[in-house]
Ligand binder design. Structure first.
Ligand SMILES: Cc1ncc(C[n+]2csc(CCOP(=O)(O)OP(=O)(O)O)c2C)c(N)n1
Ligand SMILES: [Mg+2]
Length: 372
């Protein structure tokens, strides 16, 4: 259910460092991390978790139409996101709040989208190349492949200049691997030796379908069938997530073609606030993964290195401030006029939209004079 002998790991669930011959090549990346960088990784994980909980609460209080929790996946996201350079491009699915935060995305953009105030946008040029959330499962792997092919055609791959060489990273889920798009992306990325890192967060569920039904073989093996080098990692271990992504992005930027990381993690919350996971998964399974909590694991590790109570207290305070700020800004958002839902369905005027807009106007007018 969790790790297997082929799973790469640097931090055991109890927060102690572990090593093996298989992880030796990744040790230099971790050894090079400063104390400040380690703190920053923890801070991001903990603060985004607090944000995520607040956003879920806001949905329950009627302030958002939907929330998509990232609870439990913080190490996979923060470790990998930390490894990306400024010039790299990132294509998320819809759960990568921590990666967006790392790229400077104001988390209110996600809140606005899930309140129905925006049609899902931010400007990727203003969020250090963090592209838009994609709800159409797996489609972003093709967008990312096309972008990475373009990087190759533009000559920003394999120049040897660390300020120029760039790569693309795409996030997707275990369920997405059943979409044809993902297989097509693997074919094209490999054919064109595109500088693309496929970062699969195997959180063990695609809504109510377990990964054991999606694939009878470990997903890490599927990439090998396309000729794409792949590793399986403990996705709740932020250090191995960081180190393997560093190595994969470096290879991609150097022109060695695509790489694939399967991060074994767990979606500890519901799929979305529209979902009730108690209908399809057991308490025992949740408890198994709670014992592997990525944030608690990293806290234990840092305490073992001598990190002080003051640090953890200040991070918790920062999380509270972020949550309070998001709450206040959400409550101040207001609601869009109902007719705005027709505005951007087509770029040109459209008879069907006109008819629906008119129907809504007539319906609302029917309440005037006390009919409602
Ligand atoms: C093309 C398409 N098919 C179906 C859906 C409905 N859907 C939304 S999320 C989801 C499961 C995705 O699971 P996974 O890829 O494992 O990502 P996770 O939600 O676990 O992060 C499905 C089937 C969709 N959004 N798009
Ligand atoms: Mg999943």
């Amino acid at each position: 259910m969790s790790t297997t002998p082929q799973t790469l790991q640097l931090l055991a669930p109890d927060g102690t460092r572990v090593t093996s011959a298989a992880v030796e090549e990744y040790l230099p990346y971790v050894d090079a991390l400063s104390e400040q960088q380690l703190r920053e990784m923890y801070r991001t994980m903990a603060v985004v978790r607090r944000f995520d909980i607040e956003a879920g609460n806001l949905q329950r209080q009627g302030q958002l139409a939907l929330w998509i929790p990232s609870l439990g996946q913080e190490a996979a996201q923060v470790g990998s996101g930390f490894a990306a350079k400024e010039q790299d491009h990132i294509f998320p699915a819809y759960r990568e709040h921590a990666v967006g935060y790392l790229r400077g995305l104001d988390l209110m953009r996600i809140i606005e989208m899930l309140r129905g105030l925006s049609h899902g946008g931010w400007d990727p040029a203003a969020t250090r190349n963090f592209h838009l959330y994609t709800l159409v499962i797996g489609s972003q792997t093709l967008h990312a492949t096309g972008y990475a092919m373009g990087q190759r055609f533009d000559g920003v791959v394999g120049t040897g200049n660390p300020d120029v060489d760039a790569a693309t990273m795409v996030y997707f889920g275990d369920g997405a691997t059943s979409q044809g798009d993902v297989s097509e992306a693997l074919v094209f990325a490999q054919s064109y030796q595109a500088p693309l890192v496929f970062f699969l967060q195997n959180n063990h569920w695609a809504i109510s379908v377990p990964v054991s039904v999606q694939s009878r073989t470990p997903l890490v093996d599927r990439a090998r069938g396309f000729g794409v080098p792949s590793v399986q990692i403990d996705g709740n271990d932020v250090l191995i997530s960081y180190a393997t992504t560093m190595a994969s992005l470096e290879a991609a930027r150097a022109g060695e073609g695509p790489r694939f990381i399967e991060a074994l993690t767990y979606r500890m919350g519901a799929h979305t606030t529209s979902d009730d996971p108690t209908k399809y998964r057991t308490d025992a399974e949740l408890q198994h993964w709670e014992a592997r909590d990525p944030v608690a694991r990293f806290e234990t590790y840092l305490r073992g290195l001598g990190e002080s109570d003051d640090f953890f207290t200040s991070v918790a305070e920062e999380g509270e401030q972020l949550a309070a700020d998001v709450r206040a800004r959400t409550l101040a958002l207001g609601s869009p006029p109902a007719e705005s839902m027709f505005a951007h369905v087509y770029s040109e005027p459209h008879a069907l939209m006109d008819a629906q807009r008119q129907w809504l106007a007539d319906y609302e007018a029917s309440f005037e004079g006390g009919a409602a």
